[in-house]
Design a protein around this ligand. Structure first.
Ligand SMILES: Cc1cc2nc3c(=O)[nH]c(=O)nc-3n(C[C@H](O)[C@H](O)[C@H](O)COP(=O)(O)OP(=O)(O)OC[C@H]3O[C@@H](n4cnc5c(N)ncnc54)[C@H](O)[C@@H]3O)c2cc1C
Length: 372
């Protein structure tokens, strides 16, 4: 299954490829070591309108297909998976939230700055007691008397990508025993406190953070929990794109290395057991690409893609972990050193099996579709 892009879409993907080659890939190791992305990256992404991928043109976006969105996530992952994760989440969860649920006033206030990369975003669902079981969210929202649309938020969130740097967080909170909904939360206010930067072994540059809220003011974006969470289907395809990019890059590096390293007077690539690993990588990469494209094509046809999005995310993320693991094996001891990129790709791949629904949750979703 080939990716069919219109000339306009192909041109945008080429632009992303050039951007990744010059502005991302050369700095990926440095960002990982320093555990942070430079602030300038946001405005550079904004200049290419890369925060507007899912926004309609009437709101200043590019309104690209899911296929192109996932291809862009894949390209970014080949350069830097942490940045890919941010691009994926911001477009599928944050700006898409504006498309579906924000009022015209909210769009007018925030979108111009978001699109330029001047307003940095995060998406907050997970809490210490609400992970896979997202309905257990405890952060409580109560209406502020006399301020229509504004609510006090009390509680906190954990594992939120980019929350340390974000100016605005789209977050889920509880309004009754049974109802959850979403709010826009400006971080520059006394009720918001970043309590802990969470350092992770992979995607280490992405400023994962835990924050607390004490009478913080949130602006309601009217939507039901199920509607807000529905954005995760395209989000999962973005994470699948990220996983495919990681797997492709690790596979390429393993092939290159196997052609240059010699032992027993033979190149590694001439040894049967190394060839077996390369063949298994080729199968994993190809199958992950195909499942990703299938999921995106179903989404682009406007059909329900719950099953396909979970299958693509599950398979691509597990494939990325297998491929990066084999890539290290092919590199031998050098593969475990910080001098070779495969160790970083292996660390980064792990997130794809956990974020936006861990593999076990994807299996539950798929089984439910099979058994319905
Ligand atoms: C680097 C990073 C970035 C993240 N970014 C964000 C973000 O931007 N916004 C956000 O809201 N969240 C974010 N998360 C949180 C992420 O979505 C959660 O970590 C994930 O949903 C799993 O929740 P948990 O960590 O609480 O694990 P748990 O839910 O405690 O799960 C632990 C294990 O139990 C398994 N398990 C749980 N329930 C079941 C079940 N019913 N059946 C079978 N197995 C089960 C899980 O699959 C997992 O293997 C991020 C996490 C990381 C690590």
């Amino acid at each position: 299954m080939e990716v069919h892009l219109h000339p306009e879409e192909a041109a945008l993907l080429n632009k992303v490829r050039e951007f990744v080659a010059t502005e991302v890939a050369p700095f990926s190791r440095e960002w990982d070591t320093q555990r942070g992305l430079p602030d300038s990256i946001w405005t550079k992404l904004g200049a290419l309108n890369l925060f507007g991928l899912t926004l309609p043109k009437s709101l200043g976006g590019l309104d690209v297909s899911c296929t192109l969105y996932a291809e862009i996530c894949r390209e970014f992952a080949k350069g830097d998976p942490a940045l890919s994760m941010n691009v994926a989440a911001i477009n599928a969860l944050c700006t898409a939230h504006f498309t579906h649920f924000a009022t015209p006033e909210q769009c007018e206030k925030y979108l111009p700055g978001i699109l330029k990369g001047e307003i940095k975003l995060a998406w907050g669902l997970t809490e210490p007691d609400a992970g896979s079981d997202a309905r257990r969210v405890r952060t409580l929202a109560t209406p502020i008397e006399g301020r229509d649309g504004y609510w006090h938020l009390n509680g906190g969130k954990m594992f939120i990508t980019n929350a340390l740097k974000a100016d605005l967080i789209i977050m889920i909170a509880r309004i009754s025993d049974t109802e959850l909904t979403a709010f826009l939360l400006e971080t520059n206010q006394p009720g918001f406190t970043n309590v802990e930067r969470i350092h992770t072994v992979g995607v280490a540059a992405s400023y994962t953070t835990r924050f607390d809220l004490v009478d913080a003011v949130g602006w309601h974006t009217p939507c039901k929990f199920e509607e807000a969470i529905g954005l995760l289907y395209r989000g999962r395809l973005g994470i699948a794109g990220m996983a495919v990019g990681i797997a492709e890059r690790a596979h390429e590096l393993a092939v290159e290395y196997s052609k240059t390293r010699e032992q027993f007077n033979r190149r590694l690539c001439d040894m049967q057991s190394v060839q077996n690993m390369l063949a298994d990588n080729e199968i994993d990469v190809t199958a992950a690409q195909q499942l990703l494209r299938l999921g995106c094509s179903v989404y682009d046809k406007g059909l329900p893609c719950v099953r396909e999005a979970s299958i693509a995310k599950l398979f691509a993320s597990e494939a990325a972990n297998r491929v990066t693991n084999r890539a290290i094996q092919i590199h031998g001891g050098r593969g475990m050193t910080f001098d070779y990129l495969v160790e970083k790709l292996w660390r980064d791949a792990k997130l794809t099996e956990i974020g936006e629904g861990a593999s076990e949750i994807q299996r539950m979703v798929i089984a439910k579709q099979v058994l319905r």
